[in-house]
Design a protein around this ligand. Structure first.
Ligand SMILES: C[S@@+](CC[C@H](N)C(=O)[O-])C[C@H]1O[C@@H](n2cnc3c(N)ncnc32)[C@H](O)[C@@H]1O
Length: 264
């Protein structure tokens, strides 16, 4: 016997049609078997970076954009998921020389437009938290978390260590953070052990630092984390964005200076 799947209400059908007609940043399953056309598709790498079961966990996705990682954690049974993002693009750390042009090009837009569509169509309970990463603390983030994801955000911040320290303030002792970032392949091969980063402000609109593998590790070390695992991958994305990535899974290092001893 087959059970008919009820069709969504008319306004949701309209929303779905509108969603499927748009370009997305993330490939996201809006309804079973119905996918957005995203520039970036994390579905293949997600099982390598996330535990299969997050049941009972409080999870945080920092820099969620269309929401892929937040929804992926919700799908894995998280008790609560918060998705952090900026309220407007122009709150980002744009390189100062690029700011006037980016503003003139409509930089006051809202990074959460597609997230809200996906959340509604998926029937998601993910809570959106609007704040620059540096201001994260338990009051702003609605508590502390067991599991956090920070994926492809550090390249957009002027102060990567400060951004990581802010996540440290909202991670519980023994909590896990996955930091996935594109890496500078040349600097990683030329100096595999020496931390280094390429300053990209001169030739990208929004980019700051592209670290080598050792550089990202050093940022994590300075921010008070200890590495538990490392994964290399090439991101599934449109050609211009198909870069080598490293994902470090880290935990708070109890021997590092604690939040109270770190000036904000
Ligand atoms: C390249 S997207 C990455 C999206 C997603 N995390 C992923 O892995 O595909 C960068 C995201 O970080 C957000 N972002 C950039 N700078 C930020 C900041 N200073 N504080 C909080 N979020 C920021 C952007 O609005 C956007 O949602």
């Amino acid at each position: 016997m087959t059970t008919a799947v009820p069709s969504p209400p008319a306004d949701e059908q309209e929303l779905l049609a509108d969603a499927l007609a748009r370009p997305w940043y993330h490939t996201i399953e809006l309804r079973p078997g119905v996918l957005t056309t995203g520039a970036v598709d994390h579905r293949r790498i997600a099982p390598r970076l996330l535990p299969a079961d997050l049941g009972g966990r409080r999870c945080l996705d920092v820099g969620t954009f269309d929401g892929f990682w937040a929804f992926a954690m919700e799908d894995r049974g998280a008790a609560h998921v918060a998705a952090v993002d900026l309220e407007r693009y122009d709150q980002a750390d744009w390189p100062p020389r690029n700011r006037p042009r980016l503003l003139a090009e409509g930089g006051d837009g809202d990074p959460g437009e597609r997230f809200r569509i996906a959340a509604r169509l998926r029937g998601s309970a993910v809570e959106r938290v609007l704040t620059p990463i540096y201001d994260l603390d338990p009051d702003v983030a609605g508590g502390t978390y067991d599991h956090a994801v920070l994926s492809d955000v550090l390249l957009h911040v002027r102060d990567p260590v400060g951004a990581l320290e802010a996540i440290g303030r909202v991670l519980r002792p023994g909590g896990r953070l996955v930091v996935a970032e594109e890496i500078n392949l040349r600097l990683s091969l030329l100096s595999p052990r020496a931390p280094a980063a390429h300053l990209q402000t001169g030739w990208t609109d929004y980019g700051w630092w592209q670290a080598n593998v050792a550089g990202l590790r050093e940022w994590l070390h300075q921010a008070g984390f200890r590495v538990a695992a490392r994964t290399f991958y090439v991101i599934d994305a449109v050609k211009a964005m198909r870069q080598w990535h490293v994902a470090y899974e880290v935990t708070p290092d109890p021997t590092a200076p604690q939040a109270a001893d770190r000036p904000r």
